[in-house]
Design a protein around this ligand. Structure first.
Ligand code: ZN
Ligand code: ZN
Length: 453
């Protein structure tokens, strides 16, 4: 198998791998780099220009894996496009949203190339998505050389799959983005651990993050609930900035279940943003596929309401309660940014971060600001000392590095290819893999350089 990383900048970026097995050519994922603007945010597809691509496999519906799919499919109208049932139900929505965001960015930031694709493009390609059931091999390949493609549930986000490829009596495994632990709304990964793989293509997102001793997902949920209850008892409000897909519904479920157990007092709960639309999709996915444990009943039971439209920086909202709002990184001009400006100046309030925050985003900057220090809300031209309680909780959607290391070692591969991680994260995996198995070949692929594995 020959594998070429099309992600032009390394790091997490725009995930896309070009794979050649005999005469069969296919691509795994076609992402968009969230930190770069314009065409530079796409994978470098120049290498596959003019080549026939037989099929494209999508591991899951996050933009860093699907954001360039309309562009790739425009240039390769012959390619079949395979994904899980849940992914098929989510990707169209995610791409339409991405198109809206790019249109906004074109207007606000003057990015002439945006949008990179239109709503019509998305409607057009969505008809070509083919559903692949989990854990059942699908025969691809051609000219008498069959290639077996199997998706295994990867936790992480609804519909996420790890990809097994069987060809020429060899097996290969792409982890995709993976979470082994179960969440309340989504079961953890079920990868075929007993199998031997010739090569494992491994995500390395958390390679630089050591889980502090004694912290588990359950203990972090417990600490989150305690923080929520503490703020409510002080007569304050709680803001939980959330990503629209998965995290918002997980937090709603955690709060609802805790309330049923009497762990959290009844109070107004507010939700806003794309997450509510995604909640409808997850409800449908739960009913049709059983692959997620979230239904609209949770929203009804919580009597979820929209937050007040007009919030004034420095003035608390008229009603105290729990505000579960996107965006997760508290990006400017989003509901979570507005509410943070409203509650940050009062010590009785709390802001609870439950996902990754890029250091350059307002969320990332707030996490770096010490209590009492000044924080600036640039778009409001408003600044205040940080008085509200600011907490971060380890509830990552990605597996711990030790779990991934164990998975890769147990598969007894000859080669591990590192993907989806910053240079430091990849370096940790390279060293740890070598230390545990000196005969293992570890490849940290340079963009556009083919590796035979
Ligand atoms: Zn992902
Ligand atoms: Zn990713």
């Amino acid at each position: 198998m020959k594998i070429t990383d099309l992600n032009r900048d390394g790091g997490i970026g725009s995930n896309s791998m070009y794979v050649e097995i005999g005469e069969t050519r296919f691509i795994v994922d076609a992402g968009l780099n969230p930190k770069i603007a314009g065409y530079r945010a796409t994978p470098d597809f120049s290498l596959v220009e003019g080549k026939q691509i037989d099929f494209i496999v999508i591991t899951h519906c996050h933009l860093d894996h699907i954001g360039s799919l309309p562009i790739l499919m425009r240039n390769h109208p012959e390619a079949r496009v395979l994904m899980s049932h849940s992914s098929q139900m989510l990707i169209e929505r995610m791409l339409h949203n991405s198109c809206n965001v790019m249109k906004r960015q074109r207007a606000e930031q003057n990015i002439a190339e945006y949008p990179l694709f239109t709503h019509e493009d998305v409607d057009y390609i969505a008809d070509r998505f083919e559903v692949v059931p989990f854990c059942k091999p699908v025969s691809m390949g051609k000219n008498g050389s069959p290639i077996g493609i199997t998706l295994f549930p990867a936790g992480h986000v609804a519909g996420a799959g790890g990809l097994e490829i069987a060809a020429d009596n060899q097996k290969y495994f792409f982890s995709g983005d993976v979470l082994f632990e179960s969440q309340q709304t989504l079961d953890g990964a079920r990868f075929p651990l007993e199998k031997r793989y010739r090569a494992v293509i491994l995500e390395t997102t958390r390679g630089e993050t050591e889980r502090p001793a004694g912290k588990t997902r359950e203990s972090e949920v417990e600490r989150l609930l305690k923080t929520v209850v503490g703020a409510l008892r002080r007569g304050g409000s709680v803001l939980i900035p959330v990503f629209a897909l998965g995290r918002m519904q997980e937090i709603l479920t955690i709060i609802n279940n805790a309330r049923k157990e009497g762990l959290v007092p009844t109070c107004p709960v507010f939700g806003a943003g794309l997450g509510l639309a995604v909640a409808d999709h997850l409800d449908q996915i739960a009913k049709r596929t059983g692959q997620v444990n979230f239904t609209r009943k949770t929203i009804k039971e919580l009597r979820l309401r929209r937050p007040p439209r007009r919030l004034v920086p420095g003035r608390e909202p008229p009603e105290q309660g729990i505000y579960i709002l996107s965006s997760g990184m508290m990006v400017e001009n989003t509901p979570s940014y507005g509410l943070a400006a409203s509650i940050l100046a009062q010590g009785r309030n709390a802001i609870c971060f439950v996902g990754y925050c890029d250091p350059d985003t307002p969320g990332g900057k707030l996490l770096e600001t010490a209590p009492g220090e000044s924080f600036v809300f640039e778009t409001f031209d408003y600044q205040t000392p940080v008085r509200a309680q600011i907490e971060r909780f380890e509830m990552s959607g990605h597996a711990d590095r030790e779990e991934l290391l164990n998975f890769a070692l147990k598969a007894e591969p000859e080669t591990v290819v590192l993907t989806h991680g910053d240079p430091g994260a990849r370096a940790w995996f390279a060293a740890a893999l070598k230390e545990n198995n000196p005969s293992l070949a570890v490849v940290d692929p340079k963009p556009l350089v083919a590796h035979t594995v």
